[in-house]
Design a protein around this ligand. Structure first.
Ligand SMILES: [Zn+2]
Length: 261
């Protein structure tokens, strides 16, 4: 099997036209004609994930966060990000990133979060013009998890985190919930427009938290890592089922870079 076959599968699952204009998605490093038998997914390409990929003789890294992300003029060991690109290129390892296309696609990260909370009438916060049901963010009517505490408890168990944060001092009923994985503070106005009582996202700035309070929307912060890493584990399982000739796994050493003390 060739890199191109994996790219075609990922592009069908998360069409690249769904990615945001500012994003950098698809095959970012590599040769589509090269053969592939070992694939590792991860949230981010870091020195640790590069070392793991090289040690385990991976052919392709499927990373949620793109590398390179911004335009690069030099690929040397002088800067941390290009050093990683150079190491992977020298080891013959390709990089594919679906990023915001994966956030927004049907069965993508935000759909998976919405489904894990058993939301009803799930729809995108911003409808994609050419793919019904897809687009940035999700919102829906709450089902069995219909107040702040039960939503937080459910997320802790699904995402396997000890703690989550919320911008409220007391529990409150949540009838309509908005979701945006990663850093979703920019979706507050849309969540308000959609009549949502709460927005669940990975992380937000202090000023977004105050903006949420001013809008009367509860902000639930589960952590950027937790809000997306689980989906790279599920993507590895999905790809392992599709490509039975390949070994596919989610990085075994990747951890949240933050700890609770
Ligand atoms: Zn992210």
């Amino acid at each position: 099997m060739k890199i191109q076959h994996v790219c075609a599968y990922l592009e069908e699952f998360a069409p690249l036209r769904l990615a945001e204009d500012w994003d950098n998605v698809g095959l970012l490093l590599g040769d589509r004609e090269r053969s592939v038998s070992r694939i590792m997914t991860c949230l981010t390409v870091t020195p640790e994930s590069v070392a793991e990929a090289i040690d385990s003789q991976v052919d392709l890294i499927v990373t949620h966060h793109p590398l390179p992300f911004r335009a690069v003029q030099k690929i040397t060991t002088d800067a941390a990000s290009t050093r990683l690109i150079l190491q992977l290129a020298q080891a013959g390892i390709s990089i594919y990133s679906p990023h915001t296309a994966f956030d927004s696609t049907i069965e993508g990260i935000n759909d998976q979060l919405a489904q894990s909370l058993n939301l009803n009438r799930i729809g995108p916060l911003k409808q994609s013009l050419d793919l019904p049901g897809a687009g940035p963010g999700r919102y829906g009517e709450t089902g069995p998890f219909a107040d702040l505490q039960s939503i937080c408890d459910r997320m802790k168990s699904v995402l396997q985190v000890e703690k989550v944060q919320a911008s409220e001092q007391e529990n409150r009923a949540i009838k309509r919930l908005a979701l945006a994985c990663g850093s979703g503070g920019s979706f507050l106005a849309t969540a308000a427009f959609r009549g949502c009582d709460a927005l669940l996202t990975g992380e937000a700035t202090f000023h977004s938290i105050l903006e949420a309070r001013a809008l009367g929307i509860a902000l639930i912060l589960v952590g950027h890592f937790a809000s997306e890493r689980f989906a790279m584990e599920r993507l590895a399982e999905r790809m392992a089922g599709e490509f039975s000739d390949c070994d596919v796994w989610a990085s075994r050493h990747e951890r949240s870079p933050l700890s609770w003390y």
